[in-house]
Design a protein around this ligand. Sequence first.
Ligand SMILES: Cc1ncc(COP(=O)(O)O)c(C=O)c1O
Length: 378
Amino acid sequence: MFDEIINRSGTHALKLERYKNYKDAIPAWVADMDFKSPQCVMDALQKRIEHGIFGYTAVNDELTESVINFIKKEHSWDTSKEWFVFTSGVVASLNIVCGILKENESAVTTTPIYPYFLNAPKNMNREVSTVPMREINNRWSIDFDEFEKAIKPNCRLILLCNPYNPGGTIFTKEELLKIAQIAMKYDLLICSDEIHADLVLSENAKHIPIASLSSEIADRTVTLMAPSKTFNIAGLQSSFAIISNEKLKAAFEKSMGHINGGVNLLALCATQAAYEGGGVWLKEVKEYLRGNLKIVQKFIQNNPKLKLLELEAAYLAWIDCRALDTNAWKLFADNGVILNEGKGFGEGGDGFVRLNFAMSRAVLKEVLSRMETAVRGF
Ligand SMILES: Cc1ncc(COP(=O)(O)O)c(C=O)c1O
């Protein structure tokens, strides 16, 4: 099923639109998959469209139930209906969370990181301090001593990305407990972006929502999740924040105001269908992505100037090209592959590229062959 090559041109796909000037280049950057969503999602959307009335929309209990059941099944976490706030995207929610801080308060996060972790505090006129991620035992990890040192006296919020983008680290229970201890020691809120949680590829890792570790931790945590990466419905803009602390939830809702707009009808429809009926598809897509990852790893082994640490989740390979000592993004773009440029992910990202390998295997092989030509010819 995932071998099918689907032409996305003319479908408003950001992946294609942004780099139109690179004619015939293969886009392997922004984080969506070149696969059709589960059949149950397409059926639900079609059925809803046939209804023909697209009026104002509200989240109903059936939808929330399907989300709660999915989280319980996938992540062994018991959540409650009252904890949910539906939003039109995790990026929007990151901004909303930063808006909870007072103007003279700051956030702390790690770099390189998904760029909106750095943009969201700035958008909201809040300062953000950063700590570099460390390569420990062939895996991108947090240096907790450095992390603690980066916490300024006015710090109020840890912006955590788990699974980590870029690099695909899934933080262990021990690592999460260390983060939580720091949060408690300095009385910080935690905003945990867990958008990639359902796409665990490593057989040895399990995603643990940080808020599931204890009610004390949950009390200071806003967890952000979404079906968008999991079921490839990012264009529908569906996500939710899970906040068990009533006061924190009220602060989130106040910060959100009416700026986030209402919930999107088709997003809700797709979300419920995916969580209720997309389980088999999800299992299959992860298997396919594991196969693709092996192909990428083999390519890296054959090209010693490139390096890839262990990737535990998601479909975004964070490739270290520093040994090439050139603008790697441009080198690959000139050879017909559009990747994400590492420096966009903040300090420590320079010299890296991010390859999205969620594509049919035949296209992936062509991408890697072009990258190999680029590296060899350099
Ligand atoms: C860590 C992370 N958070 C958020 C997003 C985007 O979320 P949304 O499309 O719901 O705004 C992405 C997309 O790549 C991501 O990697």
